[in-house]
Design a protein around this ligand. Structure first.
Ligand SMILES: Nc1ncnc2c1ncn2[C@@H]1O[C@H](COP(=O)(O)OP(=O)(O)O)[C@@H](O)[C@H]1O
Ligand SMILES: [Mg+2]
Length: 204
């Protein structure tokens, strides 16, 4: 069946990263559509890899609430896009990135407040790190812009990964062995946390 092309305008714009622009789905407030900025090979490879992982999880009937769900490709007035679950908090607002939260909030804090904020973020990142380890989720691009904060109420939040799944390495050892997988994930989370906050997440 042929689906009509979805009309996207700047009114639907949510945000963008290095490679993709994220728009609100014009007919479904629970979905967003990501459009690739350029057709460069490296980017397309990365995006296709991520989609293959989503399809693999779907085939195996695996649903991970800490990853934004994937709903397939779609034709839009801005070219081919990919539909994902839009990440929202309890009040309906689109979730913000952990990176922007940390950068904005720390500006307003003294040293003690900043230390508390580091601990708070560390607890939240630790939760998603443990979920990734337990479910052997391979990651390739972990950073504070790919982690969104979902508020369950005014004060409590959890993190959701919106981008950067999949194993970039040809030999997908970490998909098979729990130990290798945890080792790699620990390295990736430590590196990301160190870049964001200035200290490793898990003691080495
Ligand atoms: N599922 C989503 N729900 C809400 N906002 C999102 C979602 N996916 C992406 N965004 C927003 O769009 C930005 C860019 O999306 P992302 O998929 O990370 O693009 P890129 O591939 O360029 O890194 C994110 O940093 C975030 O602000
Ligand atoms: Mg990103």
């Amino acid at each position: 069946m042929n689906h009509p092309t979805l009309q996207l305008t700047q009114q639907h714009y949510i945000s963008e990263g290095r490679d993709r622009v994220c728009y609100l789905h014009p007919e479904d407030e629970n979905r967003c559509i990501k459009i690739t900025k350029t057709g460069c090979d490296r980017i397309l490879k990365r995006i296709n890899r991520e989609i293959r992982y989503f399809e693999k999880y779907q085939r195996k009937g695996r649903y991970y609430p800490f990853l934004s769900a994937y709903y397939g490709p779609v034709e839009t007035s801005m070219g081919e896009g990919h539909m994902f679950e839009i990440v929202r908090s309890y009040d309906g607002s689109v979730a913000r990135t952990l990176q922007s939260y940390w950068c904005e909030k720390r500006e307003l804090l003294d040293e003690a407040g900043e230390a508390e904020l580091r601990d708070e973020i560390s607890t939240k990142v630790m939760e998603i790190y443990q979920l990734c380890c337990a479910n052997k989720i391979p990651l390739s691009d972990l950073n504070g812009e790919n982690l969104l904060m979902v508020y369950e109420n005014e004060t409590d939040y959890s993190l959701k990964l919106i981008d950067g799944f999949g194993n970039a390495h040809f030999i997908k050892v970490m998909d098979w062995f729990q130990k290798t997988s945890s080792y790699k994930l620990t390295k990736q989370f430590n590196k990301m946390f160190d870049c964001l906050i200035g200290r490793p997440l898990v003691a080495r």
